[in-house]
Design a protein around this ligand. Structure first.
Ligand code: MG
Length: 348
């Protein structure tokens, strides 16, 4: 189709970003702050700039009310979330957080108390991630939107990127998967179907959906081991992120994961059967877990696993695909279908 007749929804978020990067090749930029890894980092979780022995990491994220904030989310939780989504990208690169900048697009009829709550959420999250709010802006808009930019710092020899995994590396994640998905399902499910679901689990799942946390400490600890070969945060679902690592690599790699090793809490199976959903899909394709996906040198994995609690999922192959060995020991090829903006798959 000629490009003038195409809409951005024909491409989706990932292809749009790729297009931006391709276009930028026509404007090569040279600077003492820009080395080979900086150039590559433009398509990574955060951009990195030469800064003596370190890299300065910078990332930005945008959250819009109708797409990102479920009805039940409080203004304080919205404020927290814009910080968390940004910090999660720093965590995925092993960078310590330095400072946060926020721009707020505000509908004029927003209550002042709600505005204050958003700010308090932002400040509380900045404090939790041990950084300061260092600047910002506001403007009028028809819809509430929060734009965050986060700066961080990471030693040059410790930075984790999406590329770099080698055949034989162990694939691991920093925490359980599917809890945020469970929370979103609980928010939209009929009350009757949730009657016998454990109360503590419900609270935990809702917390993951409405007040997610970035795995900053684990990200930094993993990077300091020097044994991580690639990493990214899980925002769009495990499968989608595994595919990101495959695509980012210079050599042809694949990923194999074991179904029975995927850390899915038992209550998710229970919830899924009550509401008629596939628990595996909730863990693999839903996203918003904000855990970190890593590949780690095989000979170092067990030593690290004892220090940092990690879940082993499988290993890197040369197949070019994502494969799963299911509970009957059959091997299937999995096609990623994580959440993608601009495509018609919005959650709320
Ligand atoms: Mg990311």
């Amino acid at each position: 189709m000629p490009s003038k007749n195409r809409k951005i929804s024909d491409l989706g978020e990932k292809k749009l970003i790729k297009r931006l990067l391709e276009k930028s090749q026509k404007y090569p930029f040279k600077s003492i702050f820009f080395d080979t890894l900086s150039f590559k980092s433009r398509s990574d979780d955060a951009a990195i700039l030469n800064f003596g022995k370190n890299y300065l990491a910078a990332t930005t994220d945008l959250l819009i009310q109708s797409t990102h904030f479920p009805r039940q989310m409080t203004p304080r939780q919205m404020g927290k979330k814009i910080v968390t989504v940004n910090v999660s990208d720093l965590a995925a690169m092993g960078a310590e957080s330095l400072g946060f900048i926020v721009a707020l697009a505000l509908p004029p009829d927003l209550m002042l108390s709600e505005f204050d709550e958003i700010l308090e959420g932002i400040l509380e999250a900045c404090e939790n991630y041990q950084m300061a709010l260092i600047g910002g802006d506001t403007n009028e808009s028809t819809e509430l939107a929060l734009y965050g930019t986060c700066l961080g710092i990471v030693a040059k020899d410790k930075v984790m990127m999406k590329s770099g995994s080698q055949v034989g590396d162990v694939i691991a994640v920093t925490g359980p998967l599917g809890l945020a998905a469970a929370g979103f399902e609980i928010l939209s499910a009929e009350k009757l179907k949730l009657k016998n679901i454990n109360h503590n689990f419900k609270e935990l799942a809702l917390k993951h959906a409405l007040e997610p946390k970035a795995q900053l400490e684990k990200g930094i600890s993993c990077s300091k081991t020097g044994a991580v070969t690639s990493a990214t945060d899980i925002t769009d679902g495990l499968l989608s992120e595994l595919e990101e690592l495959i695509q980012a690599n210079q050599t042809n790699i694949g990923m194999i994961i074991y179904e029975d090793k995927i850390p899915i809490p038992d209550e998710i199976f229970e919830l899924a059967s009550k509401i008629g959903k596939d628990p595996l899909e909730m863990a693999l394709s839903y996203g918003e877990d904000f855990e970190i996906l890593l590949t780690i040198k095989k000979d170092k994995f067990h030593e690290i696993k004892d220090k940092i609690s990690l879940y082993e999922l499988g290993y890197v192959t040369s197949s070019g695909h994502i494969q799963m060995i299911d509970k009957e020991e059959k091997t299937d090829i999995l096609i990623p279908k994580g959440y993608e903006h601009f495509k018609k798959n919005d959650k709320f």
